[in-house]
Write a protein that binds this ligand. Structure first.
Ligand code: PLP
Length: 421
């Protein structure tokens, strides 16, 4: 074991590019870091699940007394990944078309079911045009890379997902405004007038770490006032926010106000794949200019299940009702335990712990209590914002919420944690 490093207080970032080390030296040092965390029982990255994205799961965890764990790690907000009709649609897709498209959409891989999904997801947002990518990550990074270049400026909320940042990092001027801070955004818009070919403001609908919502109405007004375009990724808002689950756009009735809507089929829709919804001329441009659309395979025929998920969001509205019953019950219980869930207003419920070491310890003891949650640390959030993150779904029961609350009570009493007294 390497004795020269303070592994317990380091993060992944420290091992991204250690100076003077070749490929193998750098990989071995990182291996030592992981071994150190594992040795303290503080590692649950790539924890192996044995039975799928369910509310109760089996984990490969030698030595742990539990047979099954309440899972709070899946973003299957409406529980559709296990829906019999969604599974049947995926199987029917495979039966009809085989297991893969085996060519990029540009050169043979585009099939009639892709066109149907594109039309349906565009219609879902009351718009005319959409295109698919194989992941939500790619939808964001590819779209931004293709649309914005060195002459342009991206004004980015500090909380947006890594995939948006990747999309603009190499092609576009980038400035970051404080999370959800409209004064800061306005100052930046004002100071940038006349200096760039175009300005795009990039936000998430629901932010994956703070779990709060973008103040979309205010953002739209500022974009209109200063002539900026608006791109929004509402990966975590769909199915959860808005009267019919159309997300933050629906909440603010901003159907026509977001130039580029991006999202994923990997959360509420229960499957995988990304989409971009925009005006027809932008979608046509992207079909020929987004490298990942041209040089990467089209989504698999199993993605036919997405059409069923779209139906079910409307046909089974009780799922969203159940989801919010669970969220409200859990948040009330956490507040009673004097734990800080920040401004969470979505199906993601974070509990702020505040230091990476303690955060890892909480995560370890939650597992001992039969609850599987994720520890989130730097660089996803600042060191002082280290947190446990739980994703709640409609497939959970109130009994699951009570079990989670019992686990939190036990762990925080044991570790003497109370955010508020
Ligand atoms: C806000 C946000 N956007 C995009 C993505 C990427 O989606 P996908 O899993 O489809 O690549 C995620 C995934 O965690 C996300 O949280």
């Amino acid at each position: 074991m390497n004795k020269n490093h303070d592994f317990a207080n380091a993060s992944f970032k420290n091992y991204e590019n250690p100076p003077g080390m070749n490929l193998y030296e750098k990989a071995r040092l990182f291996g030592d870091y992981i071994d150190n965390w594992q040795g303290r029982g503080h590692w649950n990255y790539r924890q192996v699940c044995l039975n799928g994205a369910l509310p109760e799961i089996e984990l490969h965890l030698p030595g742990n007394p539990h047979k099954s764990f309440v899972a709070t790690v899946f973003n299957d907000y409406l529980g559709l990944s296990q829906h019999p009709a969604v599974k049947a649609a995926a199987i029917a897709g495979i039966e009809k078309y085989g297991v893969g498209a085996t060519a990029s959409p540009a050169i043979g891989g585009q099939m009639d079911f892709h066109e149907e999904i594109e039309a349906r997801i565009a219609g879902f947002f009351k718009r005319k045009s959409a295109m698919l990518f194989t992941t939500g990550y790619t939808a964001n990074s590819a779209t931004m890379q293709a649309l914005f270049k060195k002459e342009d400026l991206a004004l980015v909320d500090a909380g947006v997902h890594a995939s948006m940042i990747e999309g603009i990092r190499y092609t576009t001027n980038v400035k970051t405004f404080l999370h959800n801070n409209m004064e800061h955004l306005e100052r930046m818009l004002l100071g940038s007038q006349g200096k760039y070919r175009s300005i795009v403001v990039i936000v998430d609908g629901v932010y994956s770490q703070p779990a709060d919502l973008a103040p979309l109405k205010d953002i739209v007004s500022l974009c209109k006032k200063y002539g900026a375009f608006l791109a929004m990724d509402d990966a975590h808002g769909i199915g959860v926010i808005g009267e019919t689950g159309r997300g933050v756009i629906e909440l603010h009735e901003a159907w026509k106000d977001v130039d580029i809507i991006t999202g994923t089929f990997s959360k509420t829709f229960g499957h995988l794949g990304g989409y971009v919804v925009a005006e027809p001329e932008i979608i046509e441009y992207l079909k020929f200019q987004a490298a990942q659309h041209i040089f990467s395979v089209a989504p698999s025929p199993a993605s036919l299940c997405v059409l069923k998920s779209i139906d079910l969001i409307d046909e089974e509205p009780w799922r969203k009702v159940k989801l919010w019953e669970n969220i409200d019950h859990l948040k009330k219980g956490l507040a009673d335990l004097k734990l800080n869930t920040e401004n969470s207003a979505s199906a993601i419920v974070p509990v702020i712990i505040g230091s990476p070491g303690l955060n890892a310890e909480v995560c370890k003891w939650l597992l001992e209590a039969g609850v599987y949650a994720n520890q989130i640390g730097y660089p996803a959030v600042s060191l002082k914002q280290a947190r446990i993150r739980m994703s709640i779904t409609a497939a959970h029961s109130i009994e699951h919420m009570d079990l989670i609350l019992d686990a939190w009570e036990w762990v925080t009493t044991k570790l003497k944690i109370r955010n508020f007294e």
